[in-house]
Design a protein around this ligand. Structure first.
Ligand SMILES: Cc1cc2nc3c(=O)[nH]c(=O)nc-3n(C[C@H](O)[C@H](O)[C@H](O)COP(=O)(O)OP(=O)(O)OC[C@H]3O[C@@H](n4cnc5c(N)ncnc54)[C@H](O)[C@@H]3O)c2cc1C
Length: 303
């Protein structure tokens, strides 16, 4: 994007736009080159305004949530990166549904549900993303996903029109939502939760949290599970049995604790991670004839 376009964009959105901002600071992997423009809107009106300006100026747009399931290219991301995170947002109850805006941390949604003695989201505990990122990824654990209790999703479609999509009209699958293809931007979601016993809800969440912390790797920066599980088994099991635990390229290492995590030992590049992923895919394929697919989303130019 040439500087004059950046200036025009700045004038149109009249907000703070960071240029050449390293995205490593905004991802849990601590990896990633610069965003040509990084913009954090102060609300949905701002967001729409920025997206319209970007569209009018033909600037490509990428959405980032809390950056906990992405690998950003070392070359960074061209155009506008819109960061949708806002820790001060809180859910609301309306007509028996829990309403959450997309930039809200999942932990705020879960805390709210627990406080109201509402059950159904306990398996989202310790997932460090936003509500929007979780709906986009259909995040979850223990065979449960965020879509299970979803009533509807509010989105901006490709034409930047506001659309409410009922759960039954959205295609969800394991770690898949149709938004991964439609390019819609998730604005908010409503959840239909069940009244439950507060003590049971809290103890279930605590049990899931401690199981996850025992299994997952939290010592080094990472992006959660790198590969999706194949239909009948766990990616981590295949990776471990293919002898990949501890395998290292540069400063990227297959976690010695959880084989489906790659950790950044300090200064890893996106290229290190991609090369390591390739080796893991090849070894698992050679041993089990199963081709692993990435769960993490690659942002930017990986050509
Ligand atoms: C330690 C650790 C543990 C984890 N454990 C789990 C787990 O148990 N289960 C699980 O499912 N995941 C897990 N994850 C992965 C990750 O936290 C989830 O996928 C999370 O939902 C991603 O949310 P995010 O806001 O960080 O999204 P990001 O990583 O920022 O983005 C992910 C994708 O969503 C898109 N996106 C984000 N927000 C929006 C929006 N509002 N509209 C449209 N597109 C959007 C982005 O463009 C990107 O393609 C873990 C990650 C870590 C680091």
């Amino acid at each position: 994007m040439v500087n004059s376009v950046i200036d025009k964009f700045r004038r149109r959105v009249e907000q703070r736009v960071l240029t050449k901002e390293p995205l490593s600071s905004y991802t849990s992997f601590r990896i990633g080159g610069p965003a040509e423009c990084l913009y954090t809107p102060y609300g949905e009106e701002d967001l729409v305004c920025a997206l319209r300006a970007a569209r009018a100026l033909k600037v490509p747009t990428t959405v980032l949530g809390n950056g906990t399931n992405v690998l950003v290219s070392d070359r960074g991301v061209e155009g506008l990166v819109v960061r949708l995170t806002e820790t001060s947002l809180q859910p609301l109850m309306e007509k028996g549904l829990v309403l959450a805006r997309a930039p809200m941390p999942l932990s705020s949604l879960l805390d709210f549900a627990m406080h109201q003695n509402l059950s159904g989201l306990e398996y989202l505990v310790s997932i460090p993303g936003t509500v929007g990122g979780a709906v986009y990824m259909n995040a979850g654990s223990f065979s449960q996903a965020i879509s299970t209790h979803l009533a509807y999703v509010e989105v901006l479609d490709r034409n930047l029109e506001y659309v409410v999509k009922k759960h039954e009209d959205v295609d969800f699958d394991y770690r898949y939502s149709e938004f991964q293809e439609s390019g819609a931007i998730i604005l908010g979601a409503a959840f239909d939760l069940e009244a439950g016993d507060g003590a049971t809800i809290r103890s279930t969440a605590a049990r899931i949290r401690s199981e996850k912390h025992a299994k997952q790797s939290w010592e080094h920066p990472n992006a959660g599970s790198i590969f999706t599980n194949p239909p009948t088994t766990y990616a981590g099991k295949l990776i471990e049995e293919a002898g990949c635990k501890g395998l290292q390229v540069g400063q990227a290492q297959v976690s010695v604790k959880h084989a489906n995590f790659i950790v950044n030992l300090g200064g890893a590049t996106a290229l290190d991670v991609v090369r390591l992923m390739d080796i893991v895919v090849q070894r698992v394929y050679a041993r089990f004839n199963v081709r692993l697919s990435p769960e993490i989303r690659l942002l930017g130019d990986f050509s």
